[in-house]
Design a protein around this ligand. Structure first.
Ligand code: LLP
Length: 432
């Protein structure tokens, strides 16, 4: 069967995570349950730091995109590993600060930051605002002036690179709600405006070209275009851009055929691309920032469910229903995302049954995966779904008033509770 790094099968034929029996986890903490292998998360952090961190003799930074999984435990891990943090809402910022994340290492993203969020982030003295639009720029200037502060900013740019098509140069990318367009001159104009604001310090340029990307070409093309924009900004405003942020998007393995590339592979190609442009324009090399989210936490997580009823529709398909579903993992319902699952208590048996894994929500589209191969399942078995560490907990909802699962971290062979399971009382907490 397909085994992922950090997972194993023990002498009882049970799947283990970070060396701990998943059956014991299900017993101890209940299901559905998010389980994260903390050792694996740290390994992922280090592999990014060891590659991108080395860029140009240590001029690289790794920013964890916390939208992939934001809770206090995860913010603490990112802080301890020396990563910066990307937050995209007041709530993510609040969680990070509550976890004691150093505010100067926080980047604040978002295409529609509210005035309250901007004020909160300024007062918290975060490291950098990734400015999306001119309204935000104006607001930052006036708020920063009022508070007697300087807002350090990067500009969010649409580089016209769409990683999800093979037509990388599609101008259709102008049609995105994020940032300033490069090809229309909008980005350069924004830089000129920023240069005139006394309480705004233009430090960087930022782009993000997509998610779950395996190709390198779109990153290289984005790096070239952004470095060229750096040169134009320098020419037009005299400002030397110190930091080039190329966003996240590094793909991970969900199914057997996925072939993720090691971070150093991207780093070298990107470094070359930036180097060429900077030499051409006689510019100093900028610091390089990347913002992986999925690639830090995705493959470190699994979800454990208890299998309930199994419905065989002869000649059609077999539904294996679990005690969670789109509430804890909406990604198949939203994107038809690939997943691999295993019956955790029969992990050493052959996966030769083709089934559809269904959730318990009152909705036909509440599926985790269709026509996937797992071991012969029976009610009461524990099902593990791999690679659910990113965009599962963070995208969970209470649809059908189903409480959200607990999240357990396994560290050095021992589990600890990182997020408590929601109770029915939690569900009515704000009801009046
Ligand atoms: N930086 C920016 C500005 C982003 O918008 C994102 C993701 C990232 C970094 C991190 O991207 P990653 O390394 O995780 O691919 N909910 C979707 C993914 C949405 C990604 C949004 N932005 C999913 O479940 O696949």
């Amino acid at each position: 069967m397909l085994l992922y790094d950090g997972f194993d099968i023990n002498e009882n034929g049970h799947l283990t995570v970070g060396g701990y029996d998943t059956l014991a986890l299900a017993e101890e903490f209940g299901t559905p349950l998010y389980v994260m292998n903390e050792d694996k998360i740290r390994e992922n952090c280090r592999s990014f730091l060891e590659s991108f961190g080395r860029y140009n003799g240590g001029m690289g930074k790794v920013t964890y995109a916390s939208k992939a999984l934001n809770c206090k435990a995860m913010c603490r891990i990112a802080a301890e590993e020396g990563l910066c943090l990307d937050v995209v809402s007041g709530g993510e910022l609040y969680t990070a600060l509550q976890a004691g994340f150093p505010s100067e290492r926080i980047y604040f993203h978002g295409n529609n930051k509210t005035p309250d969020e901007i004020r909160y982030a300024l007062e918290s003295e975060i490291g950098c605002f990734i400015v999306d639009n001119l309204e935000e720029l104006k607001l930052l200037q006036s708020d920063a002036a009022e508070l007697g502060k300087t807002a350090v900013i990067s500009l969010r740019v649409k580089p016209g690179v769409d990683a999800h098509t093979h037509d990388f140069i599609r101008t259709g990318q102008i049609d995105s709600k994020f940032g300033f367009a490069l090809e229309t001159g909008e980005a350069l104009d924004a830089a000129k405006k920023a240069a005139l604001y006394p309480n705004v310090l233009l430090k960087g340029l930022h782009c993000h070209i997509g998610s779950q990307i395996f190709e390198t070409d779109p990153f290289v093309l984005a790096a070239e275009r952004m470095a060229t924009l750096m040169a134009e900004v320098h020419q037009e405003t005299g400002i030397t851009i110190e930091e080039l942020n190329l966003g996240g998007g590094f793909g991970i393995k969900y199914i057997e055929t996925d072939r993720p590339l090691p971070p150093e592979y991207y780093m070298e190609l990107i470094a070359d691309a930036i180097g060429h442009v900077c030499t051409h324009y006689n510019l100093p090399l900028p610091h390089l920032v990347v913002e992986p989210g999925r690639a830090i936490v995705g493959n470190a997580g699994i979800t454990l469910y208890t299998i309930g009823n199994i419905k065989e529709i002869p000649g059609i398909r077999t539904y294996v229903s679990v005690d969670g579903g789109m509430g804890d993992n909406p990604r198949y319902a939203l994107y038809k995302s690939d997943y691999t699952a295993v019956v955790a208590n029969k992990a050493s048996q052959p996966a030769d049954e083709t089934v559809t894994i269904a959730g318990k929500c009152c909705e036909s589209g509440d599926l985790i995966q269709e026509n996937t191969k797992i071991q012969q399942a029976e009610p009461g078995d524990i099902l593990a779904v791999f690679s659910t560490g990113a965009y599962n907990y963070s995208m969970a909802s209470n649809y059908n008033r189903i409480p959200r699962p607990a999240l357990v971290m396994v560290k050095e062979g021992k589990p600890y509770l990182a997020v408590r399971r929601e109770s029915y009382e939690d569900l009515v907490r704000n009801d009046l």
